[in-house]
Design a protein around this ligand. Structure first.
Ligand SMILES: [Zn+2]
Ligand SMILES: [Zn+2]
Length: 999
């Protein structure tokens, strides 16, 4: 066998073939994968002679491509997403038909004919031929589901076997698509019927063009020396145009480059960078791939620098990607790994190039460590724009594990840092036994050598607390692994308006049932699922400042103010007053494990300065019924939540007209009423309230109101709330994204200027016997405090007290006075009052029945010295707390504090040293100009909204303080020492003289 020689081997170098054969000989999965690849390719060659390939692909010329999100024109149901069912839906070439698996009608047919341009039917656009083209092109060239189409599979077979037949057919597919590619518009689902707006190429929507292009460039790299390349292109001949196959393929590679018509605006020309979002990242990796394979040096140079900018500024010091959804982080990791690999290849042999991407610890944390630390009962967190989490069970997410293994494999092979390689190798050991059955789905699996297992490392799910300090994501896990996730970080691109919202996991389910996200810009996405009221949060003043089309409120981030961990209680508090410009907007969450493996959750939500507060709560993705206890129904006069105040007469505020009742397939409304649009449309007011319908209103009759959700899967959630007499209890129904399911929702509306919500939430399985009963409010001395007792089964009584400010709380209990010095305390007694356990959650001390219980003092230490290289700060000597995992750092003790993860801390005689795990740099840049207090930087600062007051440290001595990041590349600064053009700088939030406090 003769091994083919690539032009460059920029993605898979020539020795990857030997690595693949070694894998095939060593590993069962690799052998399996190879045999499967061989079978698929040989079957394809037998069924699709080149002539038929050309006919099939050229038949798509001048026709549409479409996902088919409008569903079936006959039964109006959406088509199944499953690849397996889809494969059976479509007839083989030349019959361009599909059969609806739901109603079994075949289309196009005589009644609904399609000449390739689609048709309008009952006011909706349908594209059956476009769907056939989409499916077939995805299969042949690669598409949104599988980036490695037949062309890539055939190229792999050619690489592995050297057999010309594979190269020949792969080249034919490339050639045929290249001929029809220029001038195509991308899928048609996202523009009005007949619109000529460019949304990508062929079946590939905007940035997906780039994803696939990396593979096409890789294919071309290995097919480069194939003898037919210089012959006239058969595809072009059929279309009556001149050109060789090589010309044709290279023209395709260079088409639709540097900008992305139909997607978010950016332009990579001249090395320019715009926003550093995931689309732009996809653009960069395609630019690098095409630059490498076609010798376009400027593409390589721009790409190397862009990679540096992305790794430094699109990922924060905590290794968290900025876009506001963990799903997007996971996806972006795959983009960055490619980008880093290609940038490394482009830089090899170049003197004076950018830092090695795989030497970057922040990148390693982003791609390998964080995904494993963020898991919530084994699930990937689902906040922001990502699919709803309907998984049941606590098995670690196998896809996340497999992707992490692949990321670790990259670092293992390519990192020049021994420590990173070593840790990567440990992760490979740990993950391999769990994921080896998944390997082989990507060519990378086969073509990168897998190390043999060295020592036994076992995998376990994360426990305890995870906090990402810059992104502002906090995850609490208690002894029962019940998990609560709260976000206090800045809102970016793919965020939902869910600051201080609660994602809550028990029994391996995301109980809080975040609606998630399906189609960007759909009416569900823009108007409903992203909205604050769709989350377990508090909406202030009915979100009446939300503008048309606005997804979330602009917000630079809040603070985690305290954290408490013990086997009995896990608690933290987040504050985000700037979200609404209030005096206070803060939530304390605590998890308390009970002996039957259930846990209850304490929720204190405090708001000062609002006119109206709406505390909203939902539970369960599955069908559930909500019943209330302790309330009396009032006369209702509004159909939707939007009309409850009765001030405005909304056209949608009547049965049948609410948005919630009209949501349908494609996440749009049926019927569309006057003035509404099918996509990118938001109602007035844009607060999601018009989606919540069938409103009932109640008055509290008891001090403690119970709301009980009973799910069809045998779970029960009881929300015990301590209400004020003037609270309004509201229930309604709300839809999922396509209106196929409707769930009950609870809203507690208050008009108080100062409002304290207090609730105990307990989820049980039907067979559990333990129930929380008798929540009783307790009298307290001290302003704005709340205290209660709860009987929690087994004869235990739990006492809770909370205050939004530091003070002395005197709580009257049936066992005498309980005194709490501070803000939050917990005591558990038996029925006789004997103290069983306690927690000074945020209190310096507590006294109960004459027993004094000491707590922790929150001391601020001045920062004496910092070492940027070692990421160390030096403080006065003191006793380092046992759980010294996080430290707060602020310019002064009353200023907002930044939260840092700690790697190591020790105290010696003269000083204490704290080594931080997070990088010291928030972001970096290169000075383009600095005049009149305006610094322009070449690297955009997507995290810049939170940089006010931060320091800029230039490598040539420039110093400044950020006054405002006015746009992504302009910083208004107070200059402390002048900057020069081209000076590289870091933005940091730690300086000598600042203050530190253990969280
Ligand atoms: Zn149908
Ligand atoms: Zn959400």
């Amino acid at each position: 066998m003769e091994t083919p020689v690539p032009k460059l081997g920029f993605y898979f170098p020539q020795d990857s073939v030997a690595a693949a054969w070694l894998n095939i000989e060593t590993y069962e999965w690799a052998k399996h994968r190879f045999e499967k690849l061989q079978r698929i390719c040989n079957t394809f060659l037998a069924q699709y002679p080149d002539e038929k390939i050309y006919q099939c692909i050229l038949s798509m010329h001048s026709q549409t491509f479409a996902y088919g999100i409008s569903g079936c024109p006959y039964c109006r149901k959406s088509f199944p997403y499953s690849q397996e069912i889809q494969n059976r839906m479509f007839a083989p070439f030349p019959n361009k038909q599909l059969t609806c698996p739901n109603c079994s009608r075949t289309m196009p047919d005589e009644k609904l004919s399609d000449e390739g341009q689609g048709f309008m039917h009952d006011g909706m656009a349908y594209y059956p031929v476009g769907m056939w083209n989409f499916h077939t092109a995805g299969w042949l060239l690669g598409g949104v589901r599988d980036h490695e189409g037949m062309v890539t599979k055939l190229t792999y077979m050619y690489m592995l076997t050297g057999e010309q037949k594979y190269a020949c057919t792969a080249t034919a597919i490339l050639d045929a698509f290249a001929a029809i590619y220029p001038g195509t518009l991308g899928p048609r689902d996202f523009t009005p019927f007949d619109s000529k707006t460019e949304m990508g190429r062929l079946h590939l929507l905007t940035s997906i063009v780039y994803r696939i292009k990396v593979f096409l460039a890789q294919n071309y790299d290995w097919l480069y020396h194939f003898e037919d390349m210089e012959t006239p292109s058969p595809a072009l001949v059929l279309m009556g145009e001149p050109g060789t196959i090589r010309d044709n393929i290279e023209r395709m590679l260079h088409d639709y480059m540097l900008t992305e018509p139909g997607g978010p605006v950016y332009n990579l020309a001249d090395g320019n960078l715009t926003e550093l979002h995931n689309h732009e990242a996809d653009g960069v990796r395609a630019m690098l791939a095409v630059g490498l394979v076609t010798d376009k040096k400027e593409y390589c140079d721009w790409g190397i620098r862009a990679t540096d900018a992305f790794l430094s500024n699109a990922v924060g010091r905590d290794g968290m990607y900025f876009e506001g959804s963990y799903g997007y982080s996971m996806f972006t990791i795959t983009v960055f790994l490619d980008m880093a690999l290609l940038s490394m290849r482009a830089a090899s042999g170049e003197p004076q190039s950018a830092p090695h991407p795989f030497a970057n610890e922040r990148f390693f944390r982003f791609a390998v460590q964080n995904p494993m630390e963020m898991l919530c009962q084994g699930h990937l967190p689902c906040y922001g724009d990502w699919g709803a989490d309907r998984i049941c069970g606590q098995k670690p997410d196998i896809k996340a594990l497999t992707d992490t293994y692949r990321a670790a494999l990259h670092f293992y092979h390519f990192s020049p840092e021994i420590n990173i390689r070593k840790e990567a190798s440990n992760w490979l050991d740990r993950l391999y036994p769990l994921i080896c059955g998944q390997l082989g789905d990507k060519g990378m699996d086969l073509l990168l050598q897998h190390p043999s297992r060295t020592q036994p490392h076992s995998f376990s799910l994360p426990t305890g607390v995870t906090i990402a300090g810059q992104a502002g994501i906090g995850i609490l896990r208690d002894a029962n692994e019940t998990t609560a996730l709260m976000r206090i970080g800045a809102n970016h691109t793919h965020a939902h308006d869910d600051v201080l919202g609660l994602n809550y996991y028990a029994y391996g389910k995301e109980i809080s049932a975040d609606l998630g996200y399906g189609i960007y810009g759909s009416n569900s996405h823009f108007g409903w699922a992203a909205k604050s009221i769709a989350h377990n949060a508090v909406v202030v003043n009915e979100d009446n400042n939300m503008k048309k089309g606005q997804l979330y409120k602009s917000f630079a981030g809040g603070e985690f103010t305290f954290l408490y961990r013990s086997p009995t209680v896990t608690a933290y508090e987040g504050q985000a007053p700037a979200l609404y410009g209030l005096d206070a907007y803060q939530r304390m969450i605590a998890l308390v494990p009970l002996p039957d493996r259930s846990s209850y959750l304490i929720d204190f939500f405090y708001i000062r300065g609002a006119r109206t507060c709406d505390y909203s709560f939902r539970a369960f993705h599955e069908k559930s019924a909500l019943t209330l206890e302790g309330v009396r129904k009032t006369e209702k006069d509004s159909w939707t939540l939007a009309g409850v105040e009765g001030e405005a007469r909304f056209y949608f505020n009547q049965p049948g007209k609410s948005f919630g009742e009209r949501l349908t397939t494609g996440e749009t409304f049926s019927p569309l009423l006057k003035g509404e649009k099918a996509q990118y449309w938001t109602p007035v007011p844009n607060n999601g309230y018009g989606f919540i319908y069938d409103i009932c209103e109640y008055k509290p009759q008891l001090a403690c109101v119970k709301a009980r959700w009973q799910s069809t899967e045998g779970y029960e959630l009881i929300w015990h709330g301590l209400l004020d007499a003037d609270d309004r209890v509201i229930t309604g129904q709300c839809p999922n994204l396509e209106g196929t399911e409707h769930h009950p929702l609870l809203v507690i509306r208050s008009h108080r200027h100062v409002k304290q919500y207090a609730a105990l939430i307990h989820t049980t399985k039907k067979q559990n016997s333990l129930r929380v009963t008798h929540l009783q409010r307790l009298p307290v001395r001290g302003g704005e405090t709340i205290a209660f007792s709860a009987e929690v089964g087994d004869g235990q009584i739990d006492f809770w007290a909370y205050s939004p400010t530091e003070q002395t709380m005197l709580i009257r209990t049936r066992f005498g006075e309980w005194r709490v010095e501070g803000r939050c305390g917990f005591v558990r007694t038996d029925q006789t009052g004997k103290i069983l356990t306690h927690a000074c959650i945020h209190a310096t001390s507590m006294t109960f029945q004459g027993i004094k219980m000491p707590g922790k003092k929150s001391i601020w230490f001045p920062i004496k010295a910092i070492d940027h290289k070692k990421r160390a700060i030096r403080l006065d000597p003191h006793l380092i707390p046992d759980d010294a995992d996080f430290i707060r750092i602020a310019p002064s003790t009353d200023a907002p504090a930044a939260l840092y993860a700690v790697k190591e801390a020790y105290s010696r005689k003269d000083s204490a040293t704290v080594m931080l795990r997070d990088s010291f740099s928030l972001s970096k840049g290169i000075v383009a100009s600095c005049e009149k207090g305006m610094l322009r930087t070449q690297y955009p600062l997507p995290l810049g909204a939170a940089f006010q007051g931060k320091l800029i440290r230039g490598e040539r001595g420039g110093r400044g303080l950020v006054e405002e990041v006015s746009d992504l590349k302009s910083i208004r600064i107070r200059v402390l020492a002048p900057f020069s053009q081209g000076e590289a700088f870091d933005i940091t939030d730690i300086e000598e003289g600042y203050w530190a406090q253990w969280l």
